[in-house]
Design a protein around this ligand. Structure first.
Ligand code: NDP
Length: 404
């Protein structure tokens, strides 16, 4: 009988593979009509692109290993074990941007990243497949330390092990592959957007304010996430296994998030100034909600006795943790998801409404976060039992106050 892990992960994996190729083919064709299927969207392997991509990827691993940035303990795994993570994603992003600028000044055609996006996606996917097979055949359940064993698999089904990974954190010494790939996707997005801008300038010898706004918003979001990289250490994926489904999902980030920018550049789409201002305001409101609520919770979890929380109401639980019912976390159970959704909706507004495809990413992220809220609900119900019900009674809204 097919297990629920296979049933859930096979469609996710297929979507994770198909979507980046579909989007890359749409970018190449310049036809962003959601329902017109691209005629040529097969993978393309290019030796030169592959060599540069592999060199770049190795560069990202080296940047992580440099003794720059704070090292913090991650989430508590079984046996109370906590793995250490180095927080230098923002530094890595700055180095990447500087190298990119240097390459541009030296006359290297950086627009080629955008032009060869299918070739980049192809090699990126191949490498993730290769890594997933290496992990599958080198990580034997009996040799993994107990805290690193993915508890939902490792029961003799090789397909399950491949899909969601035998170990939680595949590591080569200190080098944590899952953590580095998460940041690599975000850095790739920054470089991709800059490459689109270079292509636009090359073709038009001018700039476009809508394009600058779209790139600016993506840059703020990415830089913020890399600057607050400690939050990434504690997202649920860091406590779950690392198999091909997750590895492939991380490739999609740069392509799917790059849709709006590539659409605006290719179609030379320009919005009037008042629309740009309105979009910027919506984006900043989303960003403020996202960052302040995330900071409030992490600050409270790290230092619940801080005097700034003196006036806050909390719900006591049977565990040693309390749940905030004041501030952002009293407005809805996931104000941070609300902020994230508003950010992505604002970003997609930059593409206007003549075409559906540029809104695909905002739609995907919204559905992913609403699904994630359900998963977190179940997890908190298991963790806090009746205390969680009391919290939900006080804080009625799941994500959007008065709506959902
Ligand atoms: P959250 O940061 O929302 O954390 C949920 C946890 O917070 C709960 O399990 C609980 O854990 C704690 N918590 C819940 N309610 C309260 C409360 N009232 N008071 C105190 N603590 C509470 O989860 P995620 O890891 O899913 O998300 C982190 C961020 O990353 C979000 O902003 C999300 O938008 C973003 N994200 C974005 C993605 C994207 O692709 N755009 C993908 C994934 C995440 P405990 O009680 O054990 O501390």
């Amino acid at each position: 009988m097919t297990s629920s892990i296979i049933k859930e992960n096979v469609p996710m994996l297929l979507m994770g593979i198909v979507l980046p190729f579909y989007i890359a083919a749409k970018m190449e064709s310049g036809n962003y009509d959601l329902l017109s299927f691209p005629t040529n969207w097969t993978p393309k392997l290019d030796l030169c692109v592959s060599v540069v991509y592999i060199a770049w990827l190795l560069g990202q691993l080296i940047l992580y290993m440099l003794d720059v940035g704070e090292v913090i303990p991650g989430p508590v795994l079984r046996q109370g074990k906590r793995l250490n993570y180095r927080l230098n994603g923002f530094f890595a992003m700055v180095v990447n941007i500087l190298v990119f600028l240097f390459a541009t000044l030296c006359g290297f055609r950086v627009a080629v990243i955008f032009e060869k996006i299918t070739e980049v996606v192809t090699i990126a996917c191949l490498i993730q497949f290769l890594i997933s097979f290496i992990l599958l055949f080198t990580q034997k359940t009996e040799n993994l330390p107990n805290y690193n064993i993915n508890p939902v698999v490792n029961r003799g089904n090789i397909l399950e092990d491949w899909l969601v990974g035998r170990s939680i954190s595949p590591r080569i010494g200190f080098l944590d592959l899952k953590f580095v790939f998460a940041r690599t996707g975000m850095i790739a997005l920054v470089l991709f957007n800059f490459s689109v801008m270079a292509k636009y300038y090359e073709d038009n010898k001018t700039t476009n304010y809508t394009l600058l706004l779209a790139i600016g918003m993506a840059l703020v979001y990415t830089a913020d996430n890399l600057y607050h990289e400690s939050s990434i250490v504690f997202i649920r994926e860091m406590r779950e296994g690392c198999g091909i489904t997750l590895l492939i999902y991380m490739i999609g980030i740069s392509v799917e998030y790059g849709l709006v920018v590539s659409y605006v550049a290719t179609t030379k789409h320009e919005l009037p100034l008042y629309c740009l201002l309105l979009i910027a305001v919506i984006f900043l409101l989303g960003y403020w909600t996202y960052r302040s609520s995330n900071n409030e919770k992490s600050h409270y979890r790290a230092n619940p006795d801080d005097p700034i929380f003196k006036e806050y109401e909390t719900i006591t639980t049977a565990s040693d943790k309390h749940l905030l019912v004041s501030g952002w976390w009293g407005m809805s159970r996931h104000p941070n998801y609300l902020g994230d959704i508003v950010i992505h909706v604002a970003m997609s507004f930059a593409a206007g409404f003549t075409n559906g495809l540029p809104h695909l990413n905002a739609a995907l992220i919204t559905s992913m976060l609403l699904y994630r809220e359900r998963m977190d609900y179940d997890e908190c119900k298991d963790k806090y039992g009746d205390d969680w019900d009391r919290y939900c009674h006080r804080v009625k809204w799941r994500v959007i106050p008065y709506i959902y």
